[in-house]
Design a protein around this ligand. Structure first.
Ligand SMILES: [Zn+2]
Ligand SMILES: [Zn+2]
Length: 264
């Protein structure tokens, strides 16, 4: 499997992706907002885009669908309930569905609310899995819930789905937010040496054209939203929420972190 990460360079800092079967050169375009860049990259590499998947219905993820379909005739895939929000969906995806790319490459669909209630993530069925996570999980961060459901549902998605993937899983988010998110991690957990080191490295040398690809194992060290039982996270959270119970549940911690992140 080839995962081609395409930096749009736009104000929203979107990443687009081409997921390619190396045997056949068939490609799945993920959220191809910058359809020109995606098409040019496919042409340059000799790949054929046959499918498009939208992780969710926000315009910065669906905005390239029309011209991309016009140029390639690709089929459009999205969450099974996204039909009313995304024009021209050919195939609705539910949890457990498989997307085939070429003859052998398979991606598993996860139903991952509530950044929106029609959000899917994809996990490749490869030796080292890749997680295409849209606006659900970011490098060192978590998606917002302004247009979807309650943060407790996002906790559920993290705890019951994402966290259970192998630590080696490679993380491919929908936006480049790593520098800002590491700042939040350090605001919440100032003694997180790993996050501090990584932020220094990124400040010195961060090129979204060639971004750092984290693993789930690394996220568990640098992403506050996976560090819900850390004593320093909890102690510092209590400064903002004096009513926090003595031994808060991971869900309590997650929901309050998400609340703080909204105004950070
Ligand atoms: Zn979004
Ligand atoms: Zn987005």
């Amino acid at each position: 499997m080839i995962v081609e990460q395409i930096w749009t360079g736009n104000a929203y800092r979107n990443f687009n992706y081409l997921i390619v079967c190396p045997d056949s050169g068939e490609a799945l375009a993920v959220d191809p907002l910058d359809h020109r860049k995606c098409l040019a990259r496919a042409k340059e590499k000799g790949w054929t885009i046959t499918q498009i998947v939208n992780t969710h219905e926000h315009g910065d993820h669906t905005g390239g669908n029309g011209p991309m379909i016009e140029a390639t005739g690709a089929k459009l895939l999205a969450h099974a309930n996204a039909g009313a929000r995304i024009d021209g969906v050919d195939r609705g995806l539910s949890a457990g569905d498989i997307i085939k790319v070429g003859k052998r490459l398979e991606l598993l669909a996860l139903d991952t609310p509530p950044h929106t209630m029609c959000h899917i993530c994809l996990v490749s069925k490869t030796d080292v899995p890749a997680l295409i996570c849209g606006d659900t999980l970011f490098n060192a961060g978590a998606g917002n819930c302004h247009n979807g459901g309650h943060p407790s549902e996002l906790y559920k998605t993290f705890a019951e789905q994402l966290e259970k993937l192998p630590d080696a899983t490679l993380i491919y988010p929908g936006h480049d937010y790593i520098a800002n998110n590491l700042g939040f991690t350090l605001d919440r957990e100032p003694d997180n040496a790993k996050a501090a080191r990584l932020l220094d490295e990124i400040k010195a040398d961060h090129d979204p054209e060639h971004p750092l690809v984290t693993s789930l194992g690394l996220e568990k060290q640098i992403n506050t939203f996976f560090r819900l039982t850390s004593k320093s996270v909890i102690d510092r959270l209590r400064e903002a929420f004096p009513d926090l119970p003595n031994t808060p549940t991971p869900k309590d911690v997650f929901v309050r972190l998400r609340e703080l992140r909204n105004s950070w």
